[in-house]
Design a binder for this molecule. Structure first.
Ligand SMILES: [Zn+2]
Length: 399
C-alpha cells in the first residue's frame, strides 16, 4: 500500500497479531457526503483484508466535536454543540452502516479528552516547542526544521494552503506564519476548559495526536484520512508528536483522493455536496458500495449518475450469477480467489478486484448447466466471500 511519507508502494508489515488503525473522523455539524463515504470505505476494506488474515484490527475514528466549524454551526442553529454532535453522529453512523461499513472499535470525542491535550501542550511548551501569547498557544515551527517533510511543500505553498484550509497565517500573535494553534481562547459563547494559559479550548491538530496515541499507543500502525489532511493536519501532527518525543509516530500513512462533482472538489462552500443519505434512498447501499470500489483510492474521481447506474448494473449481474446455483471446479474457484486477493494486495486495487469478480460471475453464468463435479464450489459462496472483502453483502435472488 502506498505510504505518503515514503512516497512509494511498500508492504504493510504488521508487528504482531494486532494492528492499530487511526482514521481522522468527521466534524459532526452536517450530513456525510460521498467524499466521507469514499475515505471510510477505503479503511473499511483495509480492516476487512487484515481481519481475513486473522489480525485483530483496533480501528479508531475520532469525532472532532470541538472545532471552529462545529461551534459556528451550533451558534447559528442556537443549539448546544453537544446536541448538534449527538444528532449528526447518529446520522453519520446510520449512513455508513447503509453502505456496509463495519463499526469502528472506538470513536472517541475530542471534548472528552481535553485534560490530556492540556498536558501534551504543556510538555511542548516546557521543551521550547510552543509559546504562549494572550492565552493562545502556538507550535513554533522554526523549532522543527522537518516541518513540510510529509507534504513535501515549500513554505510559500504551505502558507497559501493554510489560509485556504482554515488557518490564519497573518495572525499577529504568531512568531512565524506557519505556526499552528495548540490552544486557543474561547469566545464568550464557546465551551471552555481550564488550562495553565487560562480558560480555552484545544486546537484541531493536537486532538488527533492525543486521541491516536491514547487509544493505540506508539507507534500508530496506520494513520489515514482524506488527502486534503496531509497539510496542515498530518504535517502538524508529526511535528507536535516528534517534538514531544513520540517518534516514530506513525508507521504507514495512507491518504484517500477527493471525490469531485463536475470537476470541482465537493465542498460545503461550493454547495455541490452529494449526501450519502440521498444516494442510499435512490439506490441500494450495495450499489453505492460497489461504486466506491470501482475507484482506486489514490485517484480522484468525478461523481455522476452514470457511475451509480454502472454500479447498479454490476450488482444485478452478480446477483443473477449467484442466483443460477452454478458451481465452479475447486481449482478454478481457488484461482479466482487468488487473483482477487492479488489485486486487493496490490495497493488496494479494488477496481481490478471487481474485474476478477466480473470474470467469476461470467463463468458462473456459463456453467449453470454443467455436471456437478465432486470438488465443486458453489458459485454463490465464492462470490459472497470475495464481495465481503470489499464490504458488499448481496442477497442472492434479490434484484
Ligand atoms: Zn485528524
Amino acid at each position: 500500500m502506498f505510504d505518503t511519507a515514503r512516497q512509494a508502494i511498500v508492504p504493510f508489515e504488521p508487528r504482531g497479531d494486532r494492528v492499530g488503525l487511526y482514521v481522522c473522523g468527521i466534524t459532526p455539524y452536517d450530513a456525510a457526503h460521498l467524499g466521507h463515504a469514499f475515505t471510510y470505505h477505503v479503511f473499511d476494506v483495509v480492516t476487512r483484508r487484515l481481519q481475513r488474515d486473522g489480525l485483530v484490527v483496533h480501528s479508531v475514528r475520532n469525532i472532532t466535536d470541538v472545532d471552529d466549524d462545529m461551534l459556528r454551526v451550533a451558534r447559528e442553529r442556537g443549539v448546544d454543540y453537544r446536541t448538534l454532535a449527538g444528532e449528526q453522529v447518529l446520522r453519520f453512523e446510520s449512513d455508513m452502516a447503509a453502505v456496509g461499513l463495519l463499526p469502528v472499535t472506538s470513536a472517541p470525542r475530542a471534548s472528552a479528552h481535553v485534560p490530556e491535550m492540556v498536558r501534551w501542550v504543556s510538555r511542548l511548551q516546557g521543551e521550547g516547542f510552543a509559546y504562549e501569547r494572550d492565552g493562545w498557544v502556538y507550535f513554533d515551527t522554526r523549532m522543527f526544521p522537518d516541518y513540510g517533510r510529509l507534504s513535501r511543500l515549500d513554505d510559500a505553498t504551505m502558507i497559501d494552503l493554510s489560509r485556504e484550509r482554515g488557518g490564519d497565517p497573518a495572525d499577529p500573535r504568531k512568531r512565524n506564519p506557519l505556526d499552528f494553534v495548540l490552544w486557543q481562547r474561547s469566545t464568550p459563547d464557546e465551551p471552555v476548559w481550564q488550562s495553565p494559559w487560562g480558560p480555552g479550548r484545544p486546537g484541531w491538530h493536537i486532538e488527533c495526536s492525543v486521541l491516536a496515541t491514547g487509544e493505540l499507543g506508539i507507534p500508530v500502525d496506520i494513520h489515514g484520512g482524506g488527502d486534503d489532511l496531509i497539510y496542515p493536519h498530518h504535517e502538524s501532527e508529526i511535528a507536535q508528536a516528534e517534538a514531544a518525543g513520540v517518534a516514530p509516530y506513525v508507521r504507514h500513512w495512507v491518504h484517500v483522493a477527493m471525490v469531485r462533482e463536475q470537476g470541482e472538489k465537493m465542498s460545503k462552500s461550493l454547495g455541490n455536496l452529494v449526501f450519502v443519505g440521498d444516494l442510499v434512498r435512490r439506490a441500494s447501499g450495495e450499489a453505492v458500495r460497489i461504486m466506491l470500489a470501482m475507484h482506486h483510492f489514490r485517484a480522484s474521481w468525478d461523481y455522476d449518475e452514470d457511475e451509480l447506474h454502472a454500479a447498479e448494473a454490476r450488482r444485478l449481474r452478480y446477483v443473477s450469477a449467484m442466483a443460477g446455483g452454478g458451481v465452479l471446479g475447486a481449482a478454478e474457484a481457488r484461482e479466482y480467489e487468488r487473483q482477487f486477493l492479488e489485486r486487493i494486495d496490490d495497493d488496494l486495487d479494488t477496481p481490478g478486484a471487481l474485474r476478477v469478480l466480473d470474470l467469476a460471475a461470467a463463468a458462473l453464468a456459463r456453467e449453470r448447466a454443467r455436471d456437478v463435479a465432486s470438488d465443486a464450489v458453489r458459485g454463490e459462496d465464492l462470490m459472497q466471500r470475495l464481495l465481503a472483502t470489499i464490504g458488499v453483502r448481496l442477497r442472492s435472488g434479490v434484484a
